[in-house]
Design a protein around this ligand. Structure first.
Ligand SMILES: [Fe+2]
Ligand SMILES: [Fe+2]
Length: 271
């Protein structure tokens, strides 16, 4: 490998990946299409808008906090860019809700971020879970005619941004671990594992509580195509591979969720 994990070359590679693939679109300039009545009703009925706005806002605040304590200029620039993109996601969703007159509730931001590294770890693993399933759902939303293509297209940059974010995150985590003195690596590895466990547990709980407000699972309930679990998981895998394959092969990719899902698909009875 030309870019050993933890090396200066590796750092440049994953930071430049994020910085150089930034899409400078402006949320305020998105031309929202005129929606037919049925599509508008479907958009109104989706249960996750409050959570989507809140999640993106929290992500922006937490990542900003990490950028503020990062000493390395290149890492700081890349992390700050991710924070900007998360806050732009929030602006895009809010602009759409405003345009289509969909009410949403926004909690005032009261987060005190005492430990930005822990928050970034937690959020990063959360994004690895959510993005994987969101890629599959987005594919079904685009191909099922559930929404007009122009509306789906407006969210395409957000989907690809989440793909960039999770590639950046897993490389940042591996780099941060390798950069530490040998005796500081085990505590960091434990933190990574704890953050992963917290997010896995949260998603298992959300998956169990039917009708919850979770973005990924609630979204699946509202799709109009007949989805078997196996087809859904296979589509998530294919979309995940497609979206992540465009970045430098030397960069790490999230492995845990795709590996678990690959295992589940191989064990799932065929219908
Ligand atoms: Fe986001
Ligand atoms: Fe993100």
């Amino acid at each position: 490998m030309d870019a050993p994990i933890g090396s200066e070359v590796h750092k440049r590679l994953f930071c430049r990946m994020l910085l150089d693939t930034h899409d400078p679109y402006k949320a305020a300039e998105i031309a929202w299409p005129v929606l037919p009545q049925d599509a508008l009703a479907r958009l109104h009925s989706l249960p996750f808008w409050d959570l989507a706005v809140e999640t993106e806002g929290q992500a922006a605040a937490r990542i900003t906090a990490l950028a503020q304590v990062e000493h390395d200029p290149l890492l700081r620039e890349a992390i700050a860019l991710q924070a900007f993109e998360e806050s732009r996601h929030q602006c895009v969703i809010e602009a759409m809700l405003r345009h289509y007159d969909i009410p949403w509730h926004k909690e005032p931001a009261t987060d005190v971020i005492a430990d930005p590294e822990w928050e970034f770890l937690r959020m990063g693993y959360g994004e690895c879970f959510d993005s994987f399933f969101a890629f599959g759902l987005f594919h079904f939303a685009s191909t099922s005619g559930f929404f007009p293509a122009e509306l789906v297209q407006a969210f395409e940059p957000i989907m690809q941004e989440e793909a960039r974010h999770i590639v950046f995150f897993v490389n940042w985590a591996a780099y941060s671990q390798a950069q530490r003195a040998w005796w500081r690596r085990p505590p960091f590895a434990v933190r990574r594992l704890a953050a992963l466990a917290v997010q896995a547990r949260a998603r298992l709980q959300m998956g169990r509580s039917a009708g919850s407000q979770n973005f990924t699972y609630a979204g699946q309930d509202t799709l109009s195509v007949a989805l078997t679990p196996r087809l859904f998981l296979k589509t998530c895998l294919a979309e995940n591979d497609r979206r992540l394959s465009v970045y430098d092969y030397q960069l790490l990719r999230p492995k845990i969720v795709p590996s678990l899902v690959r295992l589940a698909v191989s064990l799932w009875p065929r219908q």
